[in-house]
Design a protein around this ligand. Structure first.
Ligand code: C5P
Ligand code: ZN
Length: 457
């Protein structure tokens, strides 16, 4: 991969100008930031465009623009076959449909693109090959990995990502062992316990009052005067007391050591950022970025990823508030609607109630919610435009281990109904004609059934 990264670096060095095309999530924004910093250091003229997904009409339009050099980051692998005639630079981790002279993707080395490398860390390998000074972008690249949940299974980044964490540490990022719960910087202690879902705090999560009582019982103050205490305010000893009590509770309620192990993991901290700010914690940083481009404000997210802590950062914080409200409302809507089960999957259709750009996040959160079956993949639909619906799929690792590959399911089932899709084995998406939703579901159900039966979909 490093040899191939050097080939891409040479190609970019010889470019006259570069058009970077990237994805509208945290991984895509950080990928673009890494690419932009590398191009700035090279002194190349560049422009950046962000896309929800790279569809055949986008490919045609980009080709018609006749740019000197196209650089696809965190997308492009799924469209590699359509792009082969223009030989673009591609740094991606999605399941590729074709190779290419300047295509860097860990799948070609037989590695799993959902945890070995993200779009941002793949892009980082090329940036580093262009100029060692670009190692200052390693922390931002790590934020992209965490945004793509690449640390979720092992509780830390693994594979080549772990090597890039070493670069990030040299650039000032800390990798610490601490709680994996979301909100270490910005959420109150009570809210962290209230929203805890992986693992939950038995009898406490989901109930605000019970969270406060739980902390009272441990003699851990949840307020300091009028102010709510956050995780960062706790002493090491207090953190240990809280986590031990949760572990004890999980074990006594029969959750087992696996759930306990998920309580702590490696967390990635940017100590140069102010305390209590989302950009200090990689997970919260990623959520902040997701709050921008998914709402059409990619310029805000890109500026923040490149280091803006002024006007654009303030706009990002406003967008983050809206994003949080939308996620809460989205979960509520799904809980009211409920899930419909088929043989090999469960699904819901949010209609226009959830934005198509965040329906995948809602599906992922819902999948972790108490009472939701983990032995069936979840499919979530949301209106895309007058004629199309977006579908997001999520599958537990145990299902992937049993043969489920949602990238393939999306490609095959969407293809059957005149849509297009792809992604990763455990998380994939597609856009399909609205009228074909049920036909798509039937095809997806069959495809998953065949994968589980060990036949090729
Ligand atoms: O949108 P969502 O979060 O569900 O996307 C999950 C994964 O599927 C992402 O990696 C995304 O790039 C991919 N995807 C795709 N084609 C689509 C929609 C999503 O490859 N049409
Ligand atoms: Zn990605």
């Amino acid at each position: 991969m490093l040899d191939q990264a050097a080939v891409l670096a040479d190609r970019l060095r010889s470019a006259r100008s570069v058009k970077v095309v990237s994805h509208i999530d945290a991984d895509g924004l950080t990928s673009a930031a890494v690419a932009v910093r590398a191009l700035e250091r090279l002194g190349k003229p560049y422009e950046v465009e962000f896309l929800k997904s790279l569809r055949p009409p986008d490919v045609e339009r980009l080709k018609d623009e006749n740019p000197d050099t196209l650089w696809f980051t965190d997308l492009g692998a799924g469209a590699a076959a359509l792009l082969s005639d223009v030989e673009p630079v591609i740094t991606d981790h999605h399941v590729p449909t074709a190779g290419g002279r300047y295509h860097l993707n860990c799948h070609f080395s037989g590695e799993d693109g959902s945890r070995y490398l993200s779009g941002s860390t793949t892009t980082y390998l090329v940036a580093r090959a262009i100029d060692r000074a670009n190692r200052d972008m390693a922390p931002v690249a790590v934020v992209g990995c965490v945004g793509d949940l690449q640390d979720t299974d092992a509780g830390r980044l693994v594979g080549m990502n772990a090597a890039i964490v070493e670069d990030a540490r040299a650039a000032g990022m800390l990798a610490a062992v601490d709680t994996r719960y979301f909100g270490r910087e910005t959420r109150s202690l009570v809210k962290i316990l209230q929203y805890a879902d992986d693992p939950c705090v038995p009898g406490v999560s989901g109930r605000g009052e019970a969270c406060a009582q739980f902390l009272d019982g441990l003699h851990v103050a949840h307020h300091h005067g009028e102010d709510e205490r956050r995780w960062g305010h706790l002493s090491t000893e207090e953190r240990r007391r809280v986590l031990s009590a949760i572990a004890k509770s999980l074990l006594s309620k029969g959750y087992g050591h696996r759930a306990v192990r998920r309580l702590v993991g490696e967390v990635y901290v940017l100590p140069g950022e102010a305390q209590g700010e989302p950009v200090r914690d990689a997970k919260e940083f990623a959520t902040l970025l997701n709050s921008t481009a998914r709402y059409g404000a990619a310029d805000v997210g890109l500026a923040i990823a490149l280091g803006d802590r002024g006007e654009m950062y303030a706009r990002g914080l406003e967008l983050l508030k809206g994003h949080r409200q939308n996620l809460v409302a989205g979960i509520q809507l799904v809980k009211e609607k409920g899930l419909t089960e088929r043989n090999h999957l469960q699904w819901f259709d949010a209609g226009s109630g959830i934005r198509e750009t965040i329906v995948g996040i809602v599906a992922g959160m819902m999948y972790n919610a108490a009472g939701v079956r983990r032995d069936l993949p979840i499919f979530a639909f949301a209106e895309a435009d007058a004629e199309h619906v977006k579908v997001s799929g999520r599958a537990a690792r145990s299902l992937v281990a049993a043969g489920v590959n949602l990238a393939e399911v999306m490609r095959v089932a969407a293809g059957k109904v005149g849509g297009a899709g792809g992604g990763h084995a455990p998380a994939a998406g597609a856009t399909i004609p609205r009228a074909k939703r049920d036909e798509f579901l039937a095809a997806a159900d069959d495809a998953i059934g065949e994968q589980l039966a060990g036949r090729k979909a």
